[in-house]
Design a binder for this molecule. Structure first.
Ligand code: NAD
Length: 254
């Protein structure tokens, strides 16, 4: 069944990891999909790759309007691009706080602001189609050690999701988020590669997961596709955990 035939989707950070898997999964369900990324080179067909920096309002507006013109509108926005940060409150400078909040939180605000006129048109033309899905994280609520800045940014994403869901429910625009646990993406590979013994580090990371393995990008993408489409027509203001049980089972990664 191709649930999303005829719909137009845009995915930020869609050139890698969770975003790329999501863009592919949306396309597999029949949607026309554009990817906004700092580095869209190599984004595979049939995805439309556009260069955009979500920390730059002009760049975002130009890219979103280009997507709407090329695809004939926007029904689905996946706010996925984000960056990481390690450390306690003593470890990150004000500049690092500004940068991560600027990308992880304000980046979603900018993209949503630019997409809302298009989403409203979609909601009016075809009620039930307009949806926003934000990539949040279990870090929003888990109290992870050594992740003060990243966790604060994702806590803000969770609150923003709920506020946006309330603001736009009467306009027919649904807003939800996914909370991935540790997902097997290039981001995580980069972190593991920085360790003295990456293979041992990966084995230890797997062993700390309730299911003994990381979440796959396809598993996170499947949740985003669900929240984007008609199967979730009555779902808004929710956070769907895709974390192998990390939160629900009250286990904690260290
Ligand atoms: P990734 O590094 O593999 O991909 C992120 C993509 O975002 C890259 O293509 C990058 O170029 C793009 N990007 C970064 N800054 C950008 C900007 N300013 N403008 C436009 N594009 C930008 O990362 P990932 O692991 O797939 O993470 C994607 C999202 O999932 C992030 O929001 C992250 O916080 C979240 N997340 C990841 C994990 C995990 O374990 N990997 C867990 C929970 C949540």
């Amino acid at each position: 069944m191709r649930d999303l035939s005829g719909l137009r989707a845009v995915v930020t950070g869609g050139a890698s990891g969770i975003g790329l898997a999501t863009a592919r999964a949306l396309a597999a369900q029949g949607a026309a999909v554009a990817v906004l990324d700092l580095d869209p080179d190599g984004v595979p067909e049939p995805l439309l790759g556009l260069k955009a920096d979500i920390s730059d309002d002009t760049s975002v507006r130009t890219a979103v309007d280009t997507v709407a013109a090329r695809l004939g509108g926007i029904d689905i926005l996946v706010n996925n691009a984000g960056i990481g940060a390690a450390g306690t409150v003593e470890d990150n400078s004000d500049e690092q706080w500004h940068r991560v909040l600027d990308v992880n939180v304000l980046g979603m605000v900018r993209t949503t602001r630019a997409a809302l006129p298009h989403l409203r048109r979609a909601a009016t033309a075809r009620p039930g189609t307009a949806a926003v899905v934000n990539t949040c994280s279990i870090a929003a609520t888990a109290g992870l050690p050594q992740r003060a800045l990243y966790s604060a940014s994702k806590g803000a994403v969770l609150s923003l999701t709920l506020a946006m869901a309330a603001d736009h429910v009467r306009e027919g625009i649904r807003v939800n988020c996914v909370n991935p646990g540790t997902a097997d993406t290039p981001w995580v590979t980069r972190l593991l590669d920085a360790a003295d013994d990456p293979e041992a580090e990966r084995a230890a990371l797997n062993a700390r997961q309730p299911m003994g393995r990381l979440v796959t990008t396809e598993e996170v993408a499947a949740a985003i596709v669900h929240l984007s489409g008609p199967a979730a027509a009555c779902v808004t203001g929710t956070a769907l955990a895709v974390d192998g049980g990390m939160q629900g089972l009250r286990l904690r990664p260290v």
